[in-house]
Design a protein around this ligand. Sequence first.
Ligand SMILES: [Zn+2]
Length: 743
Amino acid sequence: MQLGFLQNGLDSSPGRSQDGSFRKSSSVISASSVSGASGLSKFFPISKRVLKGLKEYGRKLVDLELFTHYLEEWVLENLSNDSAGGMGGFSSLFTMDELRKLDMALEGVPFQQLVRMPIFSEDSEEFIEDQYLAAEDFLHAVITGLWRTFWHKSGPLPLCVSCPSYPGSKFSSVEKAISRGRLREMHGLGLISKKSTSSKVKWDQVVEFAVFKPGILLDNALRVSANTICEALFYGFHVLISRSLSKVSSVNSDSVFLLVLDSKSGLVIKFSGDLGKLDLSNSSNPYLSVAEWIKTYTEICITPVEPIWNQLGNPNWGDVGTLQILLATFYSIAQWNGPPRKSVASLISDHSFRLQKRRTECCIIETENALVPYHDHQGGEIVALDQNDLFSNNHASRLKLKHGDILVLDDPQQGQKSFQIYEYLVGGNYYLYSAICLDHPSALLSLYVGAHPSRLEPSWEDMSLWYQVQRQTKVLNILRNQGILNKYLPEIVASGRIVHSGRCNKESPGGKCDHPWCGTPILVTSPVGEPLSSVVSNERTFSADEAIRLCRDCLVALRSAAIANVQHGDICLENIIRIVEKQGNARNHHQQAMYVPISWGRAVLEDRDSPAINLQFSSSHALQHGKLCPSSDAESIIYIVYFITGGTMTQQDSIESALQWRENSWAKRTIQQHLGQVSALLKGFADYVDSLCGTPYPVDYDIWLKRLNNAVEGSADKGKMIEEVAIMLRIEDAAESSGTSGP
Ligand SMILES: [Zn+2]
């Protein structure tokens, strides 16, 4: 039962469709559908008598409880009325198609939120303040993102966010309300048009209104209460009345978008109604008339409740919940400021290349024809597969290699090369081995085995292999192509696909046959070494000299990569290796360790790349925003140095607690205090990085490398080299067993 919501479907407001929304699912959201959003049915001459009546109703109707009393039961009835689409008896608002198009258009638009929505459930004043600030910040980010994307790249914003305490009341910023101790009186946040010349914000400038309740407004099943809907309608009614009485508002619209937000989720209501049909004769009880008017003559469309903020308190910009809010705000801005200069459709085509690229990088690209796996443009060494491969159910077992196995690799640039496996390096995963090249058996190499092409379903494990092999190949190629080579960076020795034993029946060079290993991508790099994780677990803590050397070596690598605009993005114990090299002549030699950051597959090449998240070593910025700032890698190096020199790090079990640890440690300077006992230089570097954390300023590698170099050279001169425990490379052994048969 629709209970009258669709009765005014007869009202031929051009913007509305029969189901109550103004969606046009077959077309891209366009300026034309936007202009349709402002109803034209208000073009009726309003007599002075009607104006006076409306004004009186607006003035009298101030009791939310009484308003709710007249409407609640009816709203409840509609909410509990199960229907396929929409929220019970209310019509649905946006189609998934519309939301998806907006999402595509907004691809690459950097929406930001500076204040995170607190997620703990406590009821202190400070906590509520933080929540309000986060909500205000979120709405501000919504306006800024949309305006800058669709309307004007620069210039002043035509909207701001402000909160009222009751209908007709003044507006103030959240900050002001907090400073006056009046936050508890606030009931929501308005998106305010700044078109008016007056500095005072009035109700007729409300573009969109958000009911915000810091506590839990929506229950765990993501249902909204009738009470809450009534509250939103209450404010919606006042917005409509103020607009109709306004001298400044030029908006000829009888509809307003209302947002309902709490600290987790939100929904959108579109409330439309012709005030000309409101019975103004009952001035003794305006509540009754308004309730009747709402029940009979208005149209209420509601989106489902969807999560907005993630576990960290950041909005999930691409999720349905935020997209609903973005789309409602998009229409609201268009209502006030006219259609956007750039349409959704044109932005979609602008970004289609970018989207294509992103999908390609995620291995699988969905086209009407096929699922096509990643094709590397850089080296061309990883060849696209026949599309049928991905549909085969050939779940080959993961390739496990043993000591002595010989693996033949087809490198498109170098031809076939044979490698003999020495041992696997990372416990249990069977993806990283040490191996020797049979043509030049003088050095051990790192050999990464990727996921079998038929295993390209995006499981976590396969994605991580993809990062290790295909993406790392791409990143190292970028570094090589830009001439960035030094001994502190890994280097590609060979890359390509495995050549298996027996007959290969693949039909094309890029194809694969039924053999379970056919087509598996392989990356061979140099050098090989012992991961810090195993160095640390096998040995005592690092001395000051060792720590300084590690810091220096890693900074050399980071500095070189930074020249090519590459950041590592995954600095942790597993991804730094120690290589012990012999120096000097046979009689008078000493062993010298050097450190190399490996595993560059998670490197950040451009703004949209996300780094890996590591609770122990990721930078605060990475944990908080999923992005790197220029000093993020250096910050991770500080945590590494702190840890390996015996600094205590409590085991983190959530991003929240990991961030808390960082905040406390930097605030109390515990990292600097600890490092101060190890080395004044490392403490100085920690101070320097602390000053950069989260800022857009680049690390001045040169200054710090100079200082660290001086310290490293100084300690070497004094002959203070710490005797290293060499890794048993035993290349001779590996070479001897090369006679054993291949896989
Ligand atoms: Zn084959």
